[in-house]
Design a protein around this ligand. Structure first.
Ligand code: CMP
Length: 226
């Protein structure tokens, strides 16, 4: 377990080493293989999870069976807290995009930290507020931006989370998504998303690979995203 990942997560950010160790010891490690489902939308939930290694996708299904991806999360990020703070059922299905290692924290174990250490509650609120901002922005983009603009934005967002700098500028981004999943993340059909990606590639802005992409012309993508 990498201590850096824990220290940077909102759950641990406000704690000193001793307190962090105490919290860590009340968490249970869960490992999943790529493709495994951790929990399903609609089932009751009583614990949140922190990602120690790997990536998790959060997806929701519409009444007519279409799937959308709400978020792709990576190391240090937390999910599953909504059904703790607002008791109810899981609002999304969590699936391992890669092999993953998670730390689970049950409601009963989290509660004393929230009431006894206000700084933990505050940093969790910060994480929730950040998520709401992102969701609002994504909702506005669905209304105001065209598909290529949303594709450019999704690529830049993935680069910010998972990108590694390339020697000649730009980023190598291992996203672990299929083209179908990328389309679900953007909220458009696979055909339109593929067309936008092919156009970006023809212009030399990106280089597409299996489950990864190189962003070569970041500024142009940024302009296209706005
Ligand atoms: P919960 O409802 O317990 O289970 C599904 C989890 O997905 C939810 O908690 C949140 O942690 C997470 N989630 C739901 N909606 C979003 C969103 N729009 N962006 C990021 N994460 C989300």
């Amino acid at each position: 377990m990498s201590d850096d990942v824990l220290a940077e997560s909102s759950l641990f950010a406000a704690l000193d080493d001793g307190a962090a160790e105490a919290l860590r010891s009340s968490m249970t490690e869960v490992t999943l293989e790529r493709g495994a489902v951790l929990f399903t939308e609609g089932e009751p939930g009583d614990r949140l999870y922190l990602i120690a290694e790997g990536k998790v996708k959060l997806g929701a299904t519409s009444n007519d069976g279409r799937e959308t991806l709400l978020a792709i999360l990576g190391p240090g990020e937390m999910f599953g807290e909504l059904s703790l703070f607002d008791p109810g059922v899981r609002t999304a299905t969590a699936t391992a995009l890669t092999d993953v290692r998670l730390l689970g924290l049950g409601n009963a174990d989290l509660r004393p930290w929230l009431t006894g250490r206000p700084e933990v509650a505050l940093s969790l609120l910060g994480a929730l507020a950040q998520r709401l901002r992102r969701t609002n922005e994504a909702m506005a983009d669905l209304v105001f931006s065209d598909v290529p603009g949303r594709v450019a934005k999704a690529l830049l967002d993935l680069a910010e989370r998972f990108g590694q700098p390339l020697p000649d500028g730009g980023f190598h981004v291992v996203h672990d998504l299929t083209q179908e999943e990328l389309a679900q993340l953007v909220g458009a059909s696979r055909e339109t998303v593929n067309k936008a990606l092919a156009d970006f590639q023809n212009r030399g802005w990106i280089r597409l690979e299996q489950r990864s992409v190189d962003l070569l012309e970041v500024e142009r993508l940024q302009r296209r995203a706005h």
